[in-house]
Design a protein around this ligand. Sequence first.
Ligand code: PLP
Length: 396
Amino acid sequence: MANKDWGKVKQGTKAVWAGEGETYFEGAAQVPIVNSVSYNHDDLDEWFEVATGKREGHIYSRNTNPTVQVFEEKMRILESAEAATSFSTGMAAISNTLFALLSPGERVVTVKDTYGGTSIVFLEHLPRFGIDVKMCETNDADEIEAEINKGCDLLYLETPTNPTMKVLDLKRLIKAGKKQNAVVMVDSTFATPINQNPIALGTDLVVHSATKFIGGHSDAMGGVICGRSDLVKKVYSFREINGATLDANSAYLLLRGLKTLKLRIEKQNDNAMALAEYLSNHKNVEDVFYPGLEGDAGHEVAKSQMKGFSGMLSFSLKGGFYDVRKILPNLRFAHRAAHLGGVETIVGPPRTTSHVELTENQRQKLGIPESLVRCSVGIEDIEDIIDDFSQALAKI
Ligand SMILES: *Cc1c(COP(=O)(O)O)cnc(C)c1O
């Protein structure tokens, strides 16, 4: 199956079939979980060839593992990339890639609204190694482009952003980055390969926290980068030594989740759109942040680069955090947790979850109201979700 041409095959079919073999050990039709740490090689010459990369095969599971490899191959094909490599978490994917590709004296251009953990790498860790990081206003494409033009070795983008669902103009910014010969990297976790394909828009690398929509069932962590094979190879060599390897059991759960990726994402897109519309007409709701809404600042760009607007939205309440306290505990069909992308609806206030490290003033500067609720809309029947929000909002 691996050698088949995937060019014309659609995403839903790829999610089910890509990367999988026809049969495995004893004729098993499903990908086995290979829990072996190492692999026997009775032929010393063959062993040497595998160890030196001249022949395909496995040596030690920190480096490669058959189950993990199927996950990487499925993601590679879903992103139409030359290569892919995986990690124990999304943050491992992001930090390993940045540390593998950057050297002292180099300059990174990025935005202020990156994922919380990512922004800590930019603020605290890269500067310790003499790497200059410029974090631009996420909504200001002119500023981002101007900073890229001042010199840029790596352009790091994330869209849509967490938690206010800002949308970056990928085509424009990738073009600007490429003109400066920067490596361009896009965190596409909120979009998934169903809603957005940054490689088709020219990026060198796309990164996902597989912990979120890719796995989709909130029971396994992982990360993956897909893109140019020379870059992926460099990052793989770093990860091999750094040791942030994806475990075979997690790889299996992520693969199992991926089979239903398209079904889940299309349903979550639809549910989020309906909930966003409902909330934007509610008297207690101050603002709804969802690029699917026509009035949303990111709507036009999102329409041009996304196939769906994602299952993520956020909204603020007129009564401030007092209102958040009223509604969140009263939701029947929602986890109150610091997570997203699962089949169940998940809610949380960024002031307690993703942006808890910041002061109220810092959150305000990022445009994150104290009364903001981030909502990862699940695959439940939308009537039940809306009824649930309706009864909880009525408690205000
Ligand atoms: C969760 C998340 C990450 C980090 O992934 P982990 O698997 O939790 O390490 C990175 N980027 C985005 C956009 C995320 O939502």
